[in-house]
Design a binder for this molecule. Structure first.
Ligand SMILES: CC(=O)N[C@H](C=O)[C@@H](O)[C@H](O)[C@H](O)CO
Ligand SMILES: CC(=O)C(=O)O
Length: 320
C-alpha cells in the first residue's frame, strides 16, 4: 500500500466498471485496463466506483469486489487508488470506507447524500465526518458534484475549518463550473496541504490557472495522453500550446455532448479506443447507440487525437 500521506497529483481516471452483455461485472478485464491506463495513457491514479463507475448503481457487495480487484491489479503499477464510498445510507458508506482501508486503498471519497439531503454545511460535515471516522488512517476527499447530487453547499464554505472536524481531510474533487467557488478553495488552502482536483475535463485549463493541483475525470481513460500534453505545456508556461490542447479536447467533448454524452457513451468510446470491452451500462442507463459510436469514431479520427493506424495527418481539423 502506498503511503497515505503522499499527495494525489496529476491525472486521475474515473474508472468505468466493465460489464458483460448480461449486466454482470466483468472482472476479467480489469488487469488489462490498468496496463492500458499506465502504458497507453500515462495515467497512474484512479478513482473507483464514482459517477463513471456507476458506483451508486452497484450493490454494496459488488462495490467491495470492484474496489478489491482494482487495488489488487493496480499493485506496483498505479500510484494511487481512491475508492468512492458515498451512499445514501451512512452505515453502508462506513462499511465501504472500512473495507477500503482493509484492502489497502490509498484514499476514500464521498459525495453528499442526495435523496434526503443535508441542508447546511454543518450537517453535511457531520455526515462526512462519520464516514471518514470509519477509515481513520485513510486520506479523505469530498466529491463535490452539485449538478448530480442537488446539494449546492459551496465547496469553499465546506473547506473552511474542515480539518478541525475531519482530521483525515485531504482534498476535494470539484466537479462544477463555478470558478469563483473553486478559486476560493485554492485561496484558503494557504499551506497547500490539500489536493484540489478539478473535475470538468473540458475546462481543466481554467482550473489549472485557478490553482488546481490535479484532475479527476472520465475522459482521462482515453484522452489521458492528450491531457498530459496539456499539463506539460502548462508546467513549462507554454500557454499557447496548452490552449491548443484544451481546444482540441473541447472539440471532441463538444461534439459528443451535442449527440448526448454520459456514462453509457463513455463506455462505448473507451471500448472503441482501448479495444477492451466495457460492455453496456446498467439500468437506468441505456447502451449508447451504434450511430453514436460511429460518429464518435469518425470525430476522433478527423481530430487525429488517437493515432488510428492508416489515418493520415494533415487534415485541417487535426489537433497536433
Ligand atoms: C458529470 C460527470 O460525469 N463528470 C465527470 C467527472 O466529474 C467529467 O469527467 C465529465 O465526464 C467530463 O468533464 C465530460 O463532460
Ligand atoms: C468523473 C468522476 O470523477 C466520476 O466519474 O466520479
Amino acid at each position: 500500500m502506498a503511503s497515505p500521506k503522499k499527495k494525489l497529483q496529476g491525472l486521475v481516471a474515473a474508472t468505468i466498471t466493465p460489464m458483460t452483455e448480461n449486466g454482470e461485472i466483468n472482472f476479467s478485464v480489469i488487469g488489462q485496463y490498468v496496463d492500458y491506463l499506465v502504458k497507453e495513457q500515462g495515467v497512474k491514479n484512479i478513482f473507483v466506483n464514482g459517477t463513471t463507475g456507476e458506483g451508486l448503481s452497484l450493490s454494496v457487495s459488488e462495490r467491495r469486489q470492484v474496489a478489491e480487484e482494482w487495488v489488487t491489479q493496480g499493485r506496483n503499477k498505479l500510484d494511487q487508488v481512491v475508492i468512492h464510498v458515498g451512499a445514501l445510507s451512512l452505515k453502508e458508506s462506513q462499511e465501504l470506507a472500512q473495507h477500503a482501508a482493509e484492502i489497502g486503498a490509498d484514499g476514500i471519497a464521498v459525495i453528499a447524500p442526495f435523496f434526503l439531503k443535508p441542508w447546511n454545511k454543518d450537517v453535511l460535515i457531520n455526515f462526512l465526518k462519520e464516514v471518514a471516522a470509519a477509515a481513520p488512517a485513510l486520506p479523505f476527499y469530498y466529491y463535490h458534484i452539485p449538478a448530480l447530487t442537488g446539494v449546492k453547499i459551496r465547496a469553499e464554505e465546506l473547506l473552511d475549518g474542515i480539518q478541525d472536524k475531519i482530521p483525515t481531510f485531504q482534498g476535494l474533487k470539484f466537479s462544477d463550473t463555478d470558478l469563483l467557488d473553486f478559486g476560493q478553495c485554492v485561496d484558503q488552502n494557504h499551506q497547500r496541504q490539500f489536493a484540489l482536483l478539478f473535475g470538468v475535463d473540458e475546462q481543466l485549463l481554467s482550473g489549472l490557472v485557478m490553482g488546481a493541483t490535479g484532475a479527476v475525470g472520465s475522459t482521462y481513460n482515453y484522452l489521458g495522453k492528450k491531457t498530459n500534453q496539456m499539463l506539460e505545456a502548462f508546467e513549462r508556461k507554454d500557454f499557447s500550446s496548452a490552449l491548443n490542447y484544451q481546444f482540441c479536447i473541447q472539440r471532441f467533448i463538444n461534439f459528443v455532448v451535442k449527440l448526448g454524452f454520459g456514462v453509457s457513451q463513455t463506455k462505448a468510446i473507451m471500448t472503441l479506443v482501448s479495444g477492451i470491452p466495457m460492455g453496456p451500462p446498467r439500468l437506468p442507463l441505456q447502451k449508447a447507440t451504434r450511430e453514436f459510436t460511429d460518429n464518435a469514431e469518425a470525430k476522433l479520427k478527423s481530430l487525429d487525437i488517437l493515432s488510428f493506424p492508416g489515418v493520415k495527418d494533415g487534415n485541417l481539423e487535426a489537433c497536433s
